[in-house]
Every structure is written in structure tokens, then in C-alpha cells.
Ligand binder design. Structure first.
Ligand SMILES: O=C(O)CCC(=O)C(=O)O
Ligand SMILES: [Fe+2]
Length: 307
């Protein structure tokens, strides 16, 4: 079982209209990926590797600064959006049974005027993050439309619960991740770059340029995800699994350490798409498999377990 690769060219960000037949084919391909592996590589989305590299470069400049330069931008510093900002190395453990993850991150959630942005040492940080956030938002909305069509539902069914991405009232997050070089002598027993977890929201877009990511098969075994520059890795997250009464599957994944002696760093960009805080998510097949939850209520519960 490999991760399927799907050509998204028919509905890429530069396409206005899609012929019904091409949309139908695309929706069949996504349906098969999301009911099986839960992950898909999308090619020809309209988001280019140059755009990705630009965000990675500016994020890395931020991460490589001394602690005291980063601290003013810490997560929880902005009342308007507590999840926005920098999380230092060791702050999170995505698998609570393991030691803390060996990663640093910066979450972009809000563009409210109260948010302070790094500017002195990291030129263009805010603008670069903002424009990439918008591009990811557009692509996500397109993917959500195809997902609804693939289930034979009203194409707006998921979109109508994602109206406030990038504003207060929606938790969608563009997260830059930086995994520093690993000193194997100091690694704790069982420690990983990112522990086993599934994502919380509706879908996730992932951009990464080097290996380490692994996805769990139904048998329990983990498979390596190859790096595919220029492609966007998209996966189903937990709330989408619940929304579709387990039709689409949210699959456990992790980022393992590089082999001993390999002192490379790793970077990735993750766009966690969440429904609006007030959106009520009930099973889209009309069943009562899971009780309705609000997007905001669900996210809050999940954060409590992570930090
Ligand atoms: O860095 C990666 O490749 C994956 C990170 C991830 O799965 C996450 O942050 O949820
Ligand atoms: Fe993840």
C-alpha cells in the first residue's frame, strides 16, 4: 500500500471551471485515497515549490534566532488567538506515551491587528506567511468541494462550515515546523521528532522536502512516505472521519529520527484545516454514529491532551 498520487490539474488554483467529467474522475480518485490510505499526494495544485521554499526560508530564519528574539512571539501571548505563535523545542508531545517531540514550531492562525509579527531580523515574515496561508486556504476549499462531490453530497456541505478560515471564529492553522539536528547521545528512550498522532480537524495539507514521515497501515505497521517535491500531501483528519461516519479515514502518522550519525535538520509546513468554531458537525449521512459537536468545542478538547 503506497500513498496514491493524483493529478489535481483539472481543479488547480489557476483553473476557473472544470468539465463535469474531469471533476467526476477527480472525485473518484480522492474518494478511493481517502477511504483507503487516508493520505494522497496531489500534483499540479497550482501551489509551486518556489512558494513553499519561500515560506520555509523565512521560517528557518526565524527559528535560527536566539531564544530571546523568539520569546515575544510565543504561543499564548495573544489573547485574540491563543494558539497563534511560537512553540519552543520540547513544548509538545503528540503521543503522550512518549517523551516530548524534538521540534520547534510557529503557528499562524490570525491576522488580527493585535498580533505582533517578527520583523527586524526576519524581513517579509508576515506577508510571506499570509500569502501562503491564503493559497493553502483556496486549495483546501477546492479539495473539500471535491470530497463532498465524491460522497454524492451537496458540494457546499463541507464548505459552508469553513467560512471563517483566517479570521477569529476559525482555528485553521499554518504551522511551520523545524526539526533541529539530533544529538543521539542525548535523545530520551522512545523520543521521536513527532510522536504518533492523527490530526484533529477536517483535512491537513503537508509540504515537506525530506524523509522521516511515516504513515500507519491497518495492520499496524508503519510505511515510509517518500518525499515528493512540488506535490502536496493531503490527509483526512479526525473531525472529517467523524463527519463522514468513518467513511473517510484519519490515519496515525509520525516523524522518526534520522539514523545515528545523520545530523541533518528537517523542515515542513502543515496547513491544519478546521471547521468554524460555531459550525455544528453532525454525520453527513444522516446517521447518529457520533453525536454532533461544534468545530471549536472539539478542537479545544483535543488541545488539552497535547500541551
Ligand atoms: O512534519 C511532518 O512531516 C508532519 C508533522 C505532523 O504530522 C503534524 O504536525 O501534525
Ligand atoms: Fe500530523
Amino acid at each position: 500500500m503506497d500513498i496514491p498520487v493524483v493529478d489535481f490539474g483539472a481543479f488547480s488554483l489557476s483553473e476557473e471551471d472544470v468539465a463535469d467529467e474531469r471533476m467526476h474522475n477527480l472525485s473518484k480518485e480522492l474518494q478511493s485515497a481517502f477511504t483507503g490510505v487516508g493520505f494522497v499526494f496531489l500534483e499540479n495544485t497550482g501551489i509551486t515549490q518556489e512558494e513553499v521554499d519561500r515560506v520555509m526560508t523565512t521560517s528557518k530564519t526565524f527559528f535560527l534566532q536566539p531564544e530571546e528574539e523568539k520569546r515575544p512571539f510565543s504561543r499564548k501571548s495573544f489573547a485574540i488567538s491563543p494558539n497563534h505563535g511560537w512553540a519552543h523545542l520540547g513544548m509538545e508531545r503528540l503521543n503522550p506515551r512518549r517523551p516530548e517531540d524534538l521540534k520547534e514550531s510557529f503557528n499562524v492562525v490570525s491576522f488580527h491587528p493585535d498580533i505582533k509579527w517578527p520583523s527586524v531580523a526576519v524581513k517579509g515574515f508576515q506577508e510571506i506567511q499570509k500569502s501562503f496561508f491564503q493559497r493553502c486556504k483556496e486549495l483546501s476549499l477546492r479539495v473539500l468541494r471535491v470530497m463532498a462531490l465524491s460522497l454524492g453530497l451537496d458540494p457546499e456541505v463541507f464548505l459552508s462550515a469553513h467560512r471563517f478560515i483566517g479570521t477569529e471564529g476559525n482555528g485553521t492553522t499554518l504551522r511551520s515546523l523545524y526539526y533541529p539536528a539530533v544529538n543521539h547521545e542525548r535523545v530520551k528512550e522512545g523520543q521521536l521528532r513527532c510522536g504518533e498522532h492523527s490530526d484533529y480537524g477536517s483535512i491537513t495539507l503537508l509540504f515537506c522536502t525530506s524523509g522521516g514521515l511515516q504513515v500507519q497501515r491497518r495492520s499496524g505497521e508503519f510505511i515510509r512516505v517518500p518525499s515528493a517535491p512540488g506535490a502536496v500531501l493531503v490527509n483526512v483528519a479526525d473531525l472529517m472521519q467523524r463527519w463522514t461516519s468513518d467513511h473517510f479515514v484519519s490515519v496515525v502518522h509520525r516523524v522518526v529520527l534520522p539514523p545515528a550519525g545523520d545530523s541533518s535538520t528537517r523542515q515542513s509546513l502543515v496547513f491544519f484545516v478546521h471547521p468554524d468554531d460555531e459550525a455544528l458537525i453532525s454525520c453527513c449521512d444522516g446517521s447518529n454514529k457520533y453525536p454532533p459537536v461544534t468545530g471549536g468545542g472539539y478542537l479545544e478538547e483535543r488541545f488539552k491532551a497535547t500541551y
